[in-house]
Design a binder for this molecule. Structure first.
Ligand code: FES
Length: 581
C-alpha cells in the first residue's frame, strides 16, 4: 500500500528478481534494472549513462556492475562510476515490502549542480560526449548559455600555460553566434566551443597567476606605458604584472582596452593578426561572462604579445616596397588627420571609392586614401569596416584555381580586420587605428589571391527563397561547391529572403562540420560585418564570402557532430541500443 507522502512505487515481485538475479522493468516511464545480490535489492537506471546500452545485460561481480558495451564500471550500490567517460549511473532507493519490490523514482535533488559537475569532468578529461550531455542538459534545464560558457572560460584561462589560444577563441566565437542560431543549435555551438577548450588544455601545464603590484596601485596611464615598454622587449612577466595590476586597481574596461590594443598595434600585423584577434575575443568574453574575470582573462593573452612575430622583420613587408616605412610615415600624420576629421563627422560617403583603392596595387595610395578619409570625417569604426569589407571581397573573389592553403591567407587578413573593427567599436583609440592601416596593407599583399578574380554571383531573383535555403545542406554534402554556394546565398538575399533565416542556416551548416578554427572565424566575422552593412548593397557580398569559405572546407567527416547527436538522443531518451541483440 502507498501511504500519503510515500514516493515509492511498486516495481516487481521480489521472487522474480531473486530467481533471475536481474530484471528490467518499466516503472512510470523509466526502465529500471533491478538486481538481487547477497540478500540485498538494488535499482539502477537501465540506460548506461555512457551511451545508453541496457545495463540489465551487464555483469555484477563483487558489487561492481560492468556495462558490456564499452566496459564502464559502476558501484552497484551508489551508481558511482570508475570510468569518467561514462558518468555515474542513477540509482533509486529500493524497499522490499511483503514480497514486492518498491522503488523511489524522485528526480535528482539538484540536477543543475550534477550537470555542472559533469561539465567540469568533461573539460578536465577532454571528453566531448560528456561535454555534449552536460551542455544539453544545462540549457534544457533552463541555464543561460553564459553558464557553460563561463565554466569553459574559467577553465581555459587557468589550465593552459601558453595562455589564450584557439580553443578559447572558438568558444567566444561560438558564444557570439548563439543569438543568430536556431534554438536547437545553441547547445551544439557551446559543445563545439567547450570541446575546443578541453582539447587545447589537454596535457598542458596550468598557469599560475601573478599577484598585482603591492601597496597603492600605480595609475592606469603609467601601467599602460610600462606594459608597452615590457612588450617591446618581449618581457611577458613584466607585461603581465602591469595588466593584473591595472585590472586589480579598477581600471575600467575602456582603459584596459586602450592599454592592450595599443601594445598589440605597436608593431605591424603581429603574429599574422592573431594577437589582436585573441585580445578582441578576450574582451568579448568579458562582455558575456562578466568583467569580474578581467584579471584571469586579460593576463592570459599577454604571453602571445611578448613572443609575436613582427612584420617589420618579414621580407614581404620590406621588399620590394618598404611597406613598414609607408605606414610609419602615415602614422606620423594620423593625429592631425583624426583631429581634422572630428569636425566633419557624419559627412563622409566614400566607402565604395575607398574599397577600390584598398583592393588596388598602390600601397602609398592606400595609406594616403585612409588618411584622406579620416580627414574628411570618416569615423574610425567606418574606416575599419570599409577595410574589413575589402578583406571579405578577397574571399568572395578567391578563384578555386589558387592553392587550397591560400584560403587561410585571405582569412587571416579578414579576421584581423574584423578584430580591429570590433576593437574600435569598443574604444576608438588612435593607436588602434594603426591596425586599420595594417589590415589595408595586408589586403594589398593578398592581391595575388584574386588573379584572376572569381566573379561575384549574378543576382537573378527567385519567388521561392525558402527553397533556395533548403538546397544548401545537400549542396555542402559535396566537395568544392564554392561558386554554387555563393550563387545560392546571393540569390536568396536578392529574392527578399529573410537574412535571419540565412544566418541560422549558415550557422547550422558550420556546426554540422568538424571544427575548423578558420572556418569558424570566417563565419563569425562575416556575421558581424553583415550586421554592420545590412542596409547596404555590399552586405550580400559578405555572406557570399562566408558561404564560399564554408563550401571550400565542407564536407568533413562530421565525427564531432555524431558525438553530439548521441548525447542529444540520450538526453531525449531515445532508444540507441536497446533493440540490438
Ligand atoms: S559503457 Fe555502457 S554504453 Fe558504453
Amino acid at each position: 500500500m502507498t501511504e500519503p507522502g510515500d514516493r515509492f512505487v511498486r516495481a516487481a515481485r521480489a521472487s522474480d528478481v531473486q530467481a533471475k538475479g536481474c530484471l528490467a522493468v518499466q516503472v512510470n516511464g523509466h526502465t529500471v534494472a533491478l538486481f538481487s545480490r547477497d540478500g540485498r535489492m538494488y535499482a539502477v537506471d537501465n540506460r548506461c549513462p555512457h551511451m545508453g546500452f541496457p545495463l540489465d545485460r551487464g555483469t555484477v561481480e563483487d558489487g561492481i556492475l560492468t556495462c558490456h558495451w564499452h566496459h564502464a564500471r559502476f558501484d552497484l550500490a551508489s551508481g558511482g562510476t570508475f570510468d569518467q567517460f561514462a558518468g555515474d549511473v542513477r540509482t533509486f532507493p529500493v524497499q522490499v515490502r511483503d514480497g514486492e519490490v518498491w522503488v523511489d523514482l524522485a528526480p535528482h535533488a539538484d540536477p543543475r549542480a550534477y550537470h555542472r559537475a559533469r561539465l567540469g569532468d568533461g573539460l578536465e578529461r577532454d571528453i566531448p560526449l560528456v561535454l555534449g550531455k552536460a551542455v544539453i542538459a544545462l540549457l534544457d534545464g533552463g541555464a543561460p548559455p553564459s553558464e557553460p560558457f563561463r565554466a569553459g572560460l574559467e577553465f581555459g584561462t587557468r589550465y593552459r600555460l601558453a595562455g589564450w589560444g584557439p580553443g578559447l577563441t572558438i568558444l567566444v566565437g561560438m558564444m557570439n553566434l548563439v543569438p543568430a542560431l536556431d534554438a536547437d543549435d545553441r547547445a551544439r555551438a557551446l559543445y563545439h566551443g567547450l570541446s575546443a577548450v578541453a582539447r587545447d588544455c589537454d596535457g598542458q601545464p596550468p598557469r599560475f597567476a601573478l599577484r598585482p603590484l603591492p601597496g597603492h596601485p600605480a595609475d592606469p596611464a603609467a601601467l599602460g606605458r610600462w606594459f608597452r615598454r615590457f612588450v617591446e622587449v618581449r618581457d611577458a612577466e613584466g607585461a603581465e604584472r602591469c595588466v593584473v595590476s591595472a585590472a586589480r586597481a579598477g581600471a575600467d574596461p575602456r582603459q584596459l582596452a586602450e592599454m592592450l590594443f595599443a601594445a598589440a598595434t605597436d608593431h605591424r600585423y603581429i603574429q599574422t593578426g592573431h594577437v589582436l584577434d585573441f585580445t578582441n575575443k578576450a574582451f568579448e568574453s568579458l562582455d558575456a561572462a562578466g568583467w569580474e574575470h578581467a584579471e584571469s582573462v586579460l593576463t592570459s593573452v599577454v604571453p602571445g604579445y611578448a613572443s609575436a612575430d613582427r612584420m617589420e622583420e618579414s621580407n614581404e613587408w620590406r621588399h620590394p616596397v618598404d611597406l613598414v616605412g609607408i605606414l610609419e610615415r602615415a602614422f606620423d600624420s594620423l593625429p592631425q588627420a583624426l583631429s581634422e576629421g572630428r569636425s566633419r563627422r557624419g559627412t563622409w560617403a566614400g566607402r565604395e571609392a575607398l574599397v577600390v583603392v584598398v583592393l588596388g596595387e598602390d600601397p602609398q595610395g592606400i595609406a594616403d586614401a585612409l588618411l584622406g578619409a579620416l580627414r574628411e570625417g570618416c569615423p574610425e569604426t567606418e574606416l575599419a569596416a570599409t577595410v574589413s569589407y575589402a578583406a571579405a571581397l578577397r574571399i568572395a573573389r578567391f578563384p578555386t584555381t589558387n592553392e587550397f592553403g591560400d584560403w587561410d591567407t585571405a582569412l587571416h587578413t579578414f579576421t584581423f580586420a574584423n578584430a580591429v573593427h570590433q576593437g574600435l567599436r569598443r574604444v576608438p583609440s588612435a593607436e588602434l587605428v594603426r591596425g586599420v592601416f595594417d589590415a589595408a596593407i595586408s589586403v594589398y599583399l593578398d592581391r595575388f589571391l584574386n588573379v584572376p578574380p572569381a566573379r561575384l554571383p549574378e543576382t537573378r531573383p527567385s519567388d521561392d527563397p525558402r527553397g533556395i535555403l533548403r538546397e544548401l545542406p545537400a549542396l555542402l554534402d559535396r566537395q568544392q561547391q564554392v561558386n554554387e554556394a555563393a550563387a545560392h546565398v546571393a540569390r536568396y538575399l536578392h529574392s527578399a529572403g529573410d537574412p535571419a533565416r540565412l544566418l541560422a542556416a549558415l550557422g547550422s551548416l558550420l556546426l554540422r562540420e568538424d571544427r575548423d578554427f578558420h572556418t569558424i572565424q570566417t563565419i563569425e566575422g562575416a556575421f558581424r560585418l553583415f550586421a554592420h552593412l545590412r542596409k547596404t548593397a555590399a552586405a550580400a557580398n559578405v555572406l557570399v564570402a562566408a558561404a564560399r569559405y564554408l563550401a571550400a572546407h565542407a564536407p568533413t567527416v562530421r565525427a564531432q557532430g555524431q558525438t553530439f547527436q548521441i548525447a542529444d538522443r540520450l538526453h531525449r531518451g531515445e532508444r540507441l541500443f536497446e533493440a540490438q541483440p
